[in-house]
Ligand binder design. Structure first.
Ligand code: ADP
Ligand code: F6P
Length: 324
């Protein structure tokens, strides 16, 4: 029989995502409800390596569920990608008496969690990234808020684009994944989306589409460009030079990661954070929490990291069909 968990640590890592605070709150309060101590680790794996760790009480997570960002701060920690850093991290868990760890972040964070799990630290990973690119889960905390933020920004760009009879290229985040671009394109009624997972229109085909749209009477063309495609400023220049249609590129940038989380993100953050602690309390270790087919499930962390994810073909096809 494994020993019951007495102290858990919690950290957020990688890009922040709205709803991380709801997850931290759920971790802290579920642990305290079960008589488990909680240690907050600041700035992801950096804080683990430097010992920036403090004991958390229930009041520490009051008044955070509605806030964007993460009250534990976050970082990208290069030292932790090396074996020496991972061993120091595992050692630090022992120094602080942490016998279970909840890591909240994207697939990079999950890989760090896997390394700690393989070094004997009971670890549970919770998916949180605006990119939606964690393979084992249909949902990652932060995505819904980000899509709504992008949709709101595009609504505004549409107003000015229409007033000026312009073509607008809107570059959205997502690192190498096109989920945020696909969803944003669908819900904003974009004329075209360019995402890394698909064979996109060539520049020439895109220019032809823009001209055809103009002949059909469309006053604006909204083109969503995923970050993984990039080059939106160059492409805007090429479109304008070739067609004579005024074209502007808007790279939305970090505003996409901020803002008060939507109800969906608060709900998933709360549920997934709580489930992570429940798994540790039941001695179900080295797991990832996931949302699949409308249910919360968990997978072995090594198994989860082998999974692959692609964009939904049906969603992509419908998006293209509706953009005519
Ligand atoms: P995300 O978690 O949002 O995908 P990153 O890819 O930046 O963000 O990863 C967050 C952190 O996770 C990195 O800064 C690093 O500390 C850790 N990490 C990423 N990849 C690995 C890896 N292969 N091994 C160990 N740690 C990793
Ligand atoms: O992973 C979230 C994300 O916002 C990606 O979409 C983007 O590529 C990256 O983080 C940006 O990272 P940084 O905040 O370090 O510029």
């Amino acid at each position: 029989m494994s020993k019951p968990i007495k102290t858990i640590g919690v950290l957020t890592s990688g890009g922040d995502a709205p709803g991380m605070n709801a997850a931290i709150r759920a971790v802290v309060r579920t642990a305290l409800a079960k008589g488990i101590r909680v240690m907050g680790i600041r700035r992801g794996y950096n804080g683990l390596l430097t010992g920036d760790i403090y004991e958390m009480q229930s009041k520490d997570v009051s008044d955070i569920i509605q806030r964007g960002g993460t009250m534990l701060y976050t970082d990208r920690c290069v030292a932790f990608t090396k074996e020496e850093g991972q061993q120091r991290g595992a050692q630090m868990c022992k120094v602080f008496g942490i016998d279970g760890l909840v890591v909240i972040g994207g697939d990079g964070t999950f890989k760090g969690g896997e390394k700690l799990a393989n070094l004997g630290i009971n670890t549970i990973a919770v998916p949180a990234t605006i990119d939606l690119d964690v393979a084992c889960t249909d949902y990652t905390i932060g995505f819904d808020t980000a899509v709504n933020t992008v949709m709101d920004a595009i609504n505004k760009i549409r107003d000015t684009s229409t007033s000026h009879d312009r073509c607008s290229l809107i570059e959205v985040m997502g690192r190498n994944a096109g989920y945020l671009a696909l969803w944003s394109g669908m819900v904003s009624g974009a004329e075209e989306i360019l995402i890394p997972e698909k064979d996109n229109l060539t520049d020439e085909q895109l220019i032809r589409l823009i001209i055809e749209n103009r002949h059909k009477g469309k006053r604006h063309n909204l083109i969503i460009v995923a970050e993984g495609i990039g080059k939106s400023s160059e492409l805007a220049k090429k479109i304008e030079e070739t067609t004579g249609i005024e074209t502007r590129a808007a790279i939305l940038g970090h505003l996409q990661r901020g803002g008060s989380p939507t109800a969906i993100d608060r709900m998933h953050g709360s549920m997934m954070g709580s489930i992570a602690v429940q798994l540790l309390a039941e001695n179900k270790n080295n797991k990832v929490v996931a949302y699949r087919n409308g249910q919360y499930v968990n997978y072995d962390i090594n198994e989860a990291l082998q999974m692959q994810k692609t964009v939904d073909d049906q969603m992509y096809d419908v998006c293209k069909m509706l953009s005519m």
